[in-house]
Design a protein. Sequence first.
Length: 142
Amino acid sequence: MGAFIALPVWNKTAAGGEESVTLDAFVIRHQLNSIQAEIQPAYYHLGLAVLIAGIALFAIFKYKNRLMQSALCAVNSILMTALLGVVVYQTMFKAGKIFEPEAAGNYGYGFYALVVAMLANVLANRFIRRDEKMVKESNRFR
């Protein structure tokens, strides 16, 4: 989630190359020319990303309570899906319509970092469940 915060999520440049739109975790920046820019704050991206990172960090240290870890991973999955939905909505309907609506933009490394975080969360939940199953099986043998 740190990479999502630090890197650009999406950008689009006009055919002339002078006008561009960039979306990151903080703002939607519409660069009209080399001097003028319109900036719309998008701090809700940042807020969700920090919340997701905080929950993930908290879940890492709850290794003694695997059921809570699994529940926190499920909450994180929901929040990451919401963040992905907000980003896609922003790119398709808000920032994408600023100029040349028929032209598509390019997703940046920040977007792909969010996708990797989602996959890592799914794998973490899977391994937590596998650990819980192994512990229950070992208790049966005692």
